[in-house]
Design a protein around this ligand. Structure first.
Ligand SMILES: *Cc1c(COP(=O)(O)O)cnc(C)c1O
Length: 388
């Protein structure tokens, strides 16, 4: 059996940490109760686990437990935030602002709202992937009800200035939503100092299980109204009906707990690995770093490569590393990454791009093997294409 390729696609998803799995397991079997069952111990045990998770997750972003609404992940949280605000506030206004480099789970709900008659302003980004705060303020209107700007980009790792955006939105009386799917556990998040009103979270980008996430919904100063997008038993204070998935919620809690405990050391370790990879690859000519050089996720490296064909490159790398070009959702390669073209890359250069997502279980040896193989593959492809 040949070795499996080295996993370097931590922005797409991550393995579940063994410690997370161990915490989850009892909730499938012995403690299987429905947290909404109030008349017996099976329900109480599950309810206690959910309550603890809510407290720890709230604490992780400086919110209160009542402000955490569990969802199936960040896609659902984004949909609930954006459509939920649009439906609750449409009489106040029908204008929404977002950014060209957002995940499709933000852009597509906005597109859907546009089809219903809402007006959407899509801000462009600067060359480094950051939004221009003056442009943001210029886009504010009296009928703007929502601004949605992500915390950390899933392709180029760029960290948007949440506190600066939040204070501008608060001053203008506009609700501020941020998709923090890539950010939770990796960078400090504080909904108070950052003046965030809605924040989407997910577990599976931080060594937790797939299929669980949450939406933070601010309860005071201001109290955010949301129209439910899923009706039923009235769970999650009516905002998201459906029996809570206790094992996943416990896994989500444990994953975030571990990530926060290890955040300082992991940030340092991943930054070093990222730098080590970049130093080796950038020896070659015609390599461009996509996104801001320091204001980015520690484990993210995204590069565009001149003089190679994008699909030949991925093909040449895939026996050694599991990596993608652009996001997992768009790596079928039918269209170039909307994030990379928004940075000003040509379509061809956007195709010839690599997204390295380095994470918890990657080692120095792996990074060196990957770097050597990337360099030799680019060199041999360029030789074939007579790139000089
Ligand atoms: C992965 C991701 C999502 C989707 O999250 P799911 O939990 O898989 O639905 C949304 N936004 C960003 C930025 C992501 O990286």
């Amino acid at each position: 059996m040949p070795d499996r390729p080295i996993y370097l696609d931590y922005h797409a998803t991550t393995p579940v940490d063994e410690r997370v799995l161990a915490a989850m397991l009892p909730y499938f079997t012995e403690n299987f109760g429905n947290p909404a069952s109030i008349s017996h111990i099976y329900g109480w045990e599950a309810e206690a686990a959910v309550k603890q998770a809510r407290e720890i997750l709230a604490d992780a972003i400086n919110a209160t437990p009542e402000e955490i609404v569990f969802t199936s992940g960040a896609t659902e949280a984004n949909n609930l935030a954006i459509k939920g605000v649009a439906e609750a506030y449409f009489q106040k206004g029908q204008h929404i602002i977002t950014v060209a480099t957002e995940h499709h789970a933000v852009l597509d709900p906005c597109k859907y709202l546009k089809s219903l008659g809402f007006e959407i302003t899509i801000l462009s980004v600067q060359k480094d992937g950051l939004i221009d705060l003056t442009e943001l303020e210029k886009a504010f209107r009296s009928d703007t009800i929502l601004v949605s700007v992500m915390a950390a980009n899933n392709e180029i790792g760029v960290l948007q200035p949440l506190a600066e955006i939040g204070s501008r939105c608060r001053d203008a009386g506009i609700i501020f939503h941020t998709d923090a799917a890539q950010a939770i556990g990796k960078i400090p998040l504080d909904v108070q100092t950052m003046k965030v009103d809605l924040m989407s979270l997910t577990a599976h980008k931080v060594c937790g299980p797939k299929g669980i996430g949450a939406l933070y919904v601010r309860r005071r100063n201001p109290r955010v109204q949301l129209a439910s997008q899923q009706h039923g038993g009235g769970h999650e204070r009516g905002m998201r009906s459906g029996t809570l998935y206790t094992p996943q919620i416990v896994g989500f809690r444990k994953a975030v707990e571990i990530a926060l405990q290890e955040q300082a050391t992991e940030t340092q370790r991943l930054t070093q690995l990222r730098q080590r990879l970049w130093e080796q690859i950038k020896q070659l000519k015609g390599i461009h770093l996509n996104g801001h050089s320091t204001q980015r996720l520690p484990g993210n490296l995204n590069i565009s490569i001149e003089g190679v064909d994008g699909s030949a490159l991925l093909l040449g790398l895939q026996s050694v590393m599991a990596i993608s070009s652009g996001s997992a959702c768009s790596s079928a390669m039918t269209a170039p990454s909307h994030v990379l073209t928004a940075l000003g890359n040509s379509e061809q250069l956007a195709y010839a791009s690599l997204r390295f997502g380095i994470g918890r279980f990657n080692t120095v040896e792996e990074i060196d093997r990957v770097a050597a193989h990337v360099v030799s593959t680019i060199q041999s492809l360029r030789k074939q294409a007579t790139f000089v």
